[in-house]
Design a protein around this ligand. Structure first.
Ligand SMILES: Nc1ncnc2c1ncn2[C@@H]1O[C@H](COP(=O)(O)OP(=O)(O)OP(=O)(O)O)[C@@H](O)[C@H]1O
Length: 594
């Protein structure tokens, strides 16, 4: 049962954010993975142990939680090719001790490859081509049975480590950023296995490596003596520094003991005062870095009745549940003294702690009833956290695309959502234009429904203005046409408008932005061009008797927002004005009937 539970959790995480949460491929606790043949699973001949998990091309968009999948200790094959899995390949992959085949080709995995890969001693085939892995290739030379390593089209750096090339049958590291000389491949592989790495040199590539620098001259006895004194000096200096640090630490602990009253709110506090016992560290506990321990990080509680008694220590200690992990960070649900909060740990944003602080304070001053207020934030050089109140009604995405979605939202409520969101975004754009702070990541998962089921914009301004091209390509097709477009702040405001248009399309069609085989804006465009406009609308709206003319009017607003030429898009104020007039028409017609 334990394994079954772990596998269900693995599936929940790997299908996180998938179009329909109902699609779990038959992986549920009430059945058995082997005898009930969960999709993608094959077991041993006695139907007792899971041997293979093959979920290629299943449109999986979540994260790979190796600690869960590796609970299936007999697992030999894990194949997740051609999905859209994000996040990292976790260290825990080495818990899958019997793994022989690991296929992750064509996903969106990133960050460093785990060093624990070297412990997968049974591994034969390892394929990670077409992801966004970075950092060095770990040393896998001790995996004697490795016959395939395909890692082309990633962003790997550093030198190629030693491999037993005479055993390898397939090897490809082309189109990365590897550097240095190619090891002796014993004539096994041609240049195509290494091309596309401008920094690589040596056979079998045509580029010759520069001669290695001459060995340092033999040290003479006198030099030896001098260096002895230098080392002694360093040792003494090191000792003094250690003593100083111990003394400082001792002083800190004493100060903390004598000052353990609750912190005032509305105050910037230093993370150095945080006690972090490993037992009660939460998953997002800040990494201990020299900087964190040096009075430079700040945790700021913004004026909110919720946060009156919130202390950073409590936040760190509270049990945290990971509820989402995307390219831009992880999201945790945390319960502190009966208040449920959401903590977003932002990743991959090279913003200084002061700039982040200023930005959050600026956003916080912009209050709008349909923008989710920040409760607190934490900013250090390495870590940026934001804290919001947990919205138990979930996201617009969840309601629109779950099985009961259409019943939750009739036409009038969808129009009301469109109107309040457009007003909120117009308000934020106007107020934050001069500060260059657009939303940056408008999408239906970031629209939260409050206790009154009113839509609020969440996570405003948690993205850099110069988003990378892959994000642009995902969200704005007009930008994809010209990859060289610099993402200026103006473009970023324009992209919010584009993304808002896509949310309107979701409201009108009840369809998610992307599902296997189609992309929402292209699909809507093609249906309308074929003069089947009525076909695009959510069937439940039609059966409810929603007014088609006003739906078409709203569709036209959406089209204006997703115009392929950013300059031709209306600004949010204009969008809000048109949507409000559609809403007024609707209200007039309803009151005329009643
Ligand atoms: N304040 C909140 N209350 C309730 N649920 C929330 C809150 N904030 C975020 N969520 C939900 O948590 C999940 C994860 O959020 P996250 O922002 O990581 O998702 P995402 O928008 O898909 O990814 P990303 O923002 O990294 O592109 C989403 O389903 C989102 O709806």
């Amino acid at each position: 049962l334990e394994v079954r539970r772990a596998l269900v959790k693995f599936m929940n995480k790997i299908s996180l954010g998938n179009i329909s949460k109902e699609v779990n491929f038959g992986w549920d606790l009430s059945s058995d993975p082997c005898t009930n043949k969960w999709e993608g699973i094959t077991c041993d001949s006695r139907n007792q142990h899971v041997k293979n998990i093959v979920l290629d091309q299943k449109n999986l968009t979540g994260i790979l939680d190796a600690s869960f999948v590796c609970e299936a200790t007999s697992l030999a094959v894990l194949s997740l090719n051609e999905n859209e899995i994000v996040g990292t390949l976790p260290q825990e992959i080495s818990n899958c001790r019997r793994l022989t085949h690991l296929y992750l080709r064509g996903n969106k995995l990133s960050s460093n490859l785990p060093s624990s890969l070297s412990r997968l001693s049974n591994l034969k085939r390892f394929v990670i081509s077409g992801n966004a892995f970075s950092g060095q290739i770990p040393d896998m030379s001790r995996i004697s049975g490795l016959i395939t390593l395909l890692a082309e089209r990633n962003q790997l750096t550093g030198q190629i480590p030693e491999f037993d090339f005479s055993n390898l049958v397939e090897f490809n590291v082309s189109y990365n950023n590897l550097t240095g000389p190619i090891p002796d491949v014993k004539g096994q592989f041609s240049s195509s296995s290494f091309s596309g790495n401008p920094g690589l040199c040596g056979v079998p590539l045509p580029s010759i490596c520069p001669p290695s620098p001459p060995p340092p001259p033999h040290p003479v006895a006198k030099e030896k003596k001098v260096s002895y004194f230098i080392y002694l000096g360093y040792a003494i200096l090191g000792l003094i520094i250690i003593l100083l640090l111990v003394w400082k630490l001792f002083k800190c602990i004493r100060k903390k003991k004598s000052n353990s009253t609750p912190m005032d709110h509305n105050k910037t506090i230093s993370s150095s005062g945080v006690t972090k016992t490993p037992k009660n560290r939460s998953e997002y506990s800040i990494t201990s870095s020299p900087e964190n321990s040096m009075l430079s990080a700040s945790f700021e509680i913004l004026s909110s009745p919720l946060a009156n008694k919130l202390r950073f220590e409590d936040l760190l200690r509270a049990p945290a549940e990971l509820i989402g992990k995307g390219k831009h960070g992880s999201v945790y649900k945390v319960n502190v003294d009966g208040v449920t909060l959401v903590v977003k740990r932002i990743s991959g944003w090279n913003i200084s702690k002061d700039d982040f602080k200023k930005r959050m304070q600026r956003i916080h001053r912009m209050k709008h009833p349909h923008v989710l207020p920040l409760v607190a934030f934490y900013s250090s050089k390495q870590e940026k956290l934001t804290v919001y109140k947990y919205q138990q009604n979930g996201s617009l995405f969840k309601h629109l695309h779950s099985s009961q979605g259409s019943q939750v939202f009739d036409w009038a409520s969808r129009l009301a959502i469109a109107s309040s969101l457009s007003e909120a975004l117009a308000f934020m754009h106007e107020g934050l234009q001069n500060d260059d702070i657009p939303h940056g990541n408008m999408k239906s998962t970031n629209i939260l429904l409050n206790d009154d089921m009113e839509a609020c914009i969440g996570e405003y301004g948690l993205m850099p203005n110069n988003q990378d091209q892959s994000f642009v390509a995902q969200s704005d097709h007009s930008m994809r046409e010209d990859d060289s477009v610099a993402i200026t702040a103006r473009n970023a405001f324009n992209m919010d408008i584009y993304s808002f248009g896509v949310i309107l399309l979701e409201l009108l069609t009840g369809k998610p932005v992307q599902a296997s085989g189609y992309d929402l804006s292209r699909w809507v465009n093609s249906v309308v061009r074929a003069e089947w406009t009525g076909e695009v609308f959510d069937k439940s709206l039609i059966t409810d008797g929603a007014n088609e003319e006003r739906m078409i009017n709203l569709l036209h607003v959406a089209f204006k927002c997703i115009n392929t030429s950013p300059d031709a898009r209306p600004n949010m104020k204009e969008v809000a004005f048109i949507i409000n007039s559609i809403k007024e028409d609707e209200e007039k017609s309803v009151s005329a009937f009643s």
